[in-house]
Ligand binder design. Structure first.
Ligand SMILES: [Zn+2]
Ligand SMILES: [Zn+2]
Length: 283
């Protein structure tokens, strides 16, 4: 049975020229949601967002068709770092990013849980929880942090559903934590989704370990590398190791009907085509 509600599909959109430009770009692609960076993803610093910018963005967003938009945090952030300075800078940067989302009225901030850098899974998870709790204790509550499922490159944490579960379970502010499932990442981490049977089994595992209610966003990316490759290499839909039909299972999955789905595929010139394809698959 097809889903009745119009699907929420979008992509990662550039904020070049201002936050309102991103809304225009997303709408031009036929998107109904989007993901942005609220600052340069490769810098520790940012200029504050002015009240005028906030006002204009909120107004434009309200007038647009975009819903349940999200921000992605900077790639520099590692709140599990063994280097005290990096850990401190990361926690501060994440706190600032959360504030920016709250200012702009963005309900979700997606983050990579962190890399333990050799200290081990337990130590890494402990640090992540300690820092998340510190940050979330000061949060206004309007923006949730979504832990992204990872490919398991290097010492990245969050590449098993158990690790994500453990982070949430050990945080005092569980209500402000959710999960963003990335199809490329889970596939590269070893969760097969290539056949309907494999897809069902993987989502069942997710449901049993983390819980479907915790799933608040999906990143729809194909993978340049194979199952269990532990490499984070996105590919355009249908061009990589994940069959096109897998994206149809997702689009037809009633449990995900109201969950925003974001493309982070490598060619933004294909976004409009990919959004159109996903829309058709949902019908
Ligand atoms: Zn992602
Ligand atoms: Zn990725």
């Amino acid at each position: 049975m097809p889903n009745k509600v119009p699907p929420l599909i979008g992509a990662h959109i550039s904020i070049a020229g201002g936050f309102c430009k991103a809304i225009e770009r997303a709408q031009a692609l036929g998107a109904t949601t989007m993901q942005i960076f609220t600052k340069s993803s490769r810098s520790w610093f940012e200029k504050p967002i002015s009240d005028d910018e906030v006002k204009a963005f909120k107004k434009a967003l309200k007038q647009s068709k975009l819903k349940k938009i999200m921000a992605h945090s900077s790639y520099l952030i590692n709140i599990a770092s063994t280097n005290p300075e990096t850990e401190k800078n990361s926690a501060t940067a994440l706190k600032h990013e959360l504030k920016r989302c709250e200012q702009l009225g963005i309900p979700y901030l997606v983050m990579h849980p962190g890399s333990h850098l050799g200290a081990g899974e337990q130590e890494g998870i402990k640090k992540i929880c300690k820092n998340l709790d510190k940050i979330l204790a000061q949060a206004s509550g309007t923006t949730k942090i979504l832990l992204e499922t990872m490919a398991g490159q290097g010492t990245n944490l969050g590449h098993t559903f158990e690790q994500i579960k453990s982070i949430i379970a050990n945080c005092a502010h569980k209500k402000l934590l959710g999960v963003c499932l990335d199809t490329c990442h889970i596939f590269a981490a070893g969760y097969d989704i290539r056949t309907e049977e494999a897809y069902k089994k993987t989502i069942k595992q997710f449901a049993q370990i983390i819980g479907i209610r915790k799933l608040q966003a999906l990143h729809l990316n194909d993978s340049k590398t194979g199952l269990d490759s532990h490499k984070d290499r996105h590919e355009s839909l249908g061009e990589g190791h994940i069959p096109r039909t897998t994206f149809k299972y997702i689009m037809q999955d009633k449990r995900f009907a109201k969950i925003p789905k974001i493309l982070e595929t490598p060619d933004p010139n294909l976004y409009a085509k990919e959004i159109n394809m996903l829309n058709r698959m949902a019908q």
